[in-house]
Design a binder for this molecule. Sequence first.
Ligand code: DGI
Ligand code: FE
Ligand code: FE
Ligand code: FE
Length: 189
Amino acid sequence: MLSFDEIEHRVSQWMGKKRFKHTLGVVESATQLAKLYNVDVEKARLAALLHDCAKEMPLKDMQALVEASKYEADDELLANGNLLHGLAGMIRAEKEFSITDLEVLEAIRVHTTGKVHMSKLDKVIFLADYIEPNRDFPGVDELRRLAEQDLDKAVLLGFDNTINHLIKQHLSIYPLTILGRNDVLQSCK
Ligand code: DGI
Ligand code: FE
Ligand code: FE
Ligand code: FE
């Protein structure tokens, strides 16, 4: 198995400078959140490092990777790289680095859409992607504050931000994102 540094080097070659900087920011934020919420730090670091490893592949290549794998994707996921890069990244991580840890692979897979019954590791990666130090959007500071106080409430606010953003742009909302949002809302009560 490759070391973290070796994987980091390979991943850096799969993306532009800006996305690699984002990736290292997600590693940093995921490390902090993992410590705060008693999540395995090594798993969080590895999932964070790999979460966007397929993001800059052409959509056709992502689709080919998924279609050659044992994993299934619905048409909405397959048609949109913004949605598909989680699953494609998971498959790439498994294939290229022989990652077998199912918790790590799952956190990579669901980092964009979320899902129902997210694990604490899933939530840490989902949130770290949102609040890493290079992120700058209206509301990010409130999200950072909340992330230090309550993991579920912060994930809920992340979902709400994404859904609001998609609605404002008249984009479709992936159904699992709505189900994931409603599920974490229940956990907040
Ligand atoms: O890969 P990143 O840019 O770091 O961030 P991400 O993986 O969280 O999100 C990638 C893009 O996917 C972002 O522009 C918003 C979009 N997105 C997130 N959830 C949904 C979505 N797009 C659609 N159509 N539906 C969703 O539910
Ligand atoms: Fe992503
Ligand atoms: Fe990301
Ligand atoms: Fe994200």
